[in-house]
Structures are given as structure tokens and as C-alpha cells.
Design a protein around this ligand. Structure first.
Ligand code: FAD
Length: 232
């Protein structure tokens, strides 16, 4: 009898990466996602060397690099004193094949991962499939969907985000802490290097406890994070 697939709950970047890895290692995988399609929300926009190593191992680096922007120089500036520090990830070129960051919106990365999964014979991604309960069985689990359907799983992985219901169902604690602050993301086509001469492709601008982050990306031209007090 064929073994039931591994079920991954959630088609965010974590669930999709994990599902691709599982399929590539030779096991059947079923991703259940409650939304009708991939999220288009503007969330992660930059990925660091360890993540790029993972994307490369999954075989999606070339397409990610084609759609993203490689940035190695980062700058920290004070709004009054000017440049406080600047560093170049090229300095760790002996530690990683990816001595840079990739500026790429999460909503651009996830379709790349989905396309790779859709081409894999051992993978299935199902949208509009909200998981409502999980029951342990002798040889795996039964996954119940909101529409009443049941799926057998050899194992279930919760990749259902920060407010994970799976984590609650299995009684796992949330280790760590929420940011006590809020982020406001603005996108602009304004010429930021004219407004902030000498800014690096990634610039953090500090004004007291407030931070403004200026990451260059052809799609996401700027996003501004404000902590503890908002942007002025
Ligand atoms: C403003 C902002 C900026 C960020 N910037 C960065 C950055 O620059 N770099 C970086 O690495 N990270 C960044 N992050 C963090 C990054 O976005 C998250 O770490 C990432 O989204 C986590 O991915 P995930 O797959 O775990 O969860 P999610 O992306 O939240 O995906 C979870 C999925 O599970 C689905 N789901 C939930 N419940 C169920 C259910 N019961 N049944 C079926 N499906 C379900 C949801 O619909 C969703 O699609 C940022 C986050 C924010 C908010």
C-alpha cells in the first residue's frame, strides 16, 4: 500500500521550501493552503546568504537571482552625523558562495517555489484547503479540512505562519517574542540617492530611536521601517 503523503499546512515561503525539499528527497508531499492562491502581501523583501544557500540547494537560485537584485554593500547612517558604518558582504566570500543579499519580494519568491513544486511528480499543492483539525493515528495522522474533507498523512508539518494553529493543536509553545513595535512599509519611485546622497543600495538611517530602512530593489524601491514612535 502506498504510504500517505507528508502534509505541509501552509503555502508560505517556509511550507513551499520544505515541500520542495521533501519531494526532492523522494517522498510524496501535499501542501494544504487555506487561501485561494499565494499571498501577495508585502512581507520579506531581502534574503541573506544562508537563505540563498537553501534556495540554491532547492534549484531555484537562478530564477530568484534573475527576478531579484544582488546587493552586497550596507550602510548605517545617523540622520545628523552622516555615515556611521559601512560594510560589504564580499568580505565573507571565503565562507559562502553567496556573499551578498538578494532583494526580492516574498510575493515574487513564492511563485518561483510553487512553479518548481508544480513540476515535481511527488508534490501537490492544494489551495482553498483550510485545515481545521489534526488527529494522531497509529501510522500517522488524519487531517481535517474546513470543507469536511479528510486527508491521511504519514506526518504533518505546521508551516502555517506566526499564528500557527498547528502549533496550538500539538501543544507546542511559541518560543521567542513578538516585536513590540510596528512597521510601516512605503514604496516609492522617488530618487532616494538624490534625496540621501551617497546612500548604499541598503541603507539604515537612524534618527534617535527611529529607523528608516532604504533597500534598493527594482520592484520594491524603498521600504521604511519605523520603530518606537513612527516616521516623521
Ligand atoms: C513587514 C515584514 C517584513 C519582513 N521582512 C523580511 C525580510 O526582509 N526577510 C526575511 O527573511 N523575512 C522577513 N519577514 C518575515 C517573513 O515574512 C516571514 O518569516 C515569513 O512570511 C514566514 O513564512 P511562513 O511560510 O512561515 O509563514 P507565512 O508566510 O505566514 O505563510 C503561512 C501560510 O499558511 C497559511 N495558513 C494559515 N493557517 C492555515 C490553515 N489552518 N490551513 C491551511 N493554510 C493555513 C496562510 O494562509 C499562509 O499562506 C518580514 C515580515 C514582515 C511582516
Amino acid at each position: 500500500m502506498a504510504r500517505a503523503p507528508i502534509v505541509v499546512v501552509g503555502a508560505g515561503p517556509v511550507g513551499l521550501c520544505l515541500a520542495l525539499r521533501i519531494a526532492q528527497s523522494g517522498a510524496a508531499v501535499l501542501v494544504l493552503e487555506k487561501r485561494a492562491g499565494l499571498s501577495k502581501a508585502s512581507k520579506a523583501s531581502t534574503f541573506h546568504p544562508p537563505t540563498l544557500e537553501i534556495l540554491s540547494a532547492l534549484g531555484v537560485w537562478d530564477e530568484s537571482a534573475r527576478q531579484g537584485q544582488v546587493v552586497s554593500r550596507a550602510q548605517y547612517r545617523d540622520s545628523e552625523a552622516g555615515v556611521a558604518a559601512e560594510f560589504d558582504l564580499a568580505a565573507i566570500a571565503d565562507q559562502t558562495r553567496f556573499p551578498f543579499r538578494l532583494h526580492l519580494e516574498q510575493a515574487v519568491l513564492t511563485p518561483i517555489l510553487l512553479a518548481a513544486l508544480e513540476q515535481h511528480p511527488l508534490a501537490e499543492v492544494r489551495f482553498g484547503a483550510e485545515v481545521s483539525a489534526i488527529t494522531q493515528t497509529a501510522d500517522g495522522a488524519q487531517v481535517q479540512l474546513v470543507d469536511g474533507a479528510m486527508e491521511a498523512a504519514s506526518c504533518v508539518i505546521g508551516a502555517d505562519g506566526a499564528r500557527s494553529a498547528v502549533r496550538g493543536w500539538i501543544g507546542a509553545a511559541f518560543e521567542g517574542a513578538d516585536y513590540p513595535t510596528r512597521v510601516l512599509r512605503l514604496m516609492t519611485k522617488a530618487p532616494l540617492d538624490e534625496l540621501c546622497p551617497g546612500a548604499a543600495p541598503l541603507t539604515y538611517l537612524f534618527a534617535g530611536r527611529r529607523i528608516l530602512q532604504l533597500p534598493e530593489d527594482e520592484r520594491l524601491l524603498a521600504h521604511h521601517s519605523a520603530r518606537a514612535g513612527g516616521i516623521e
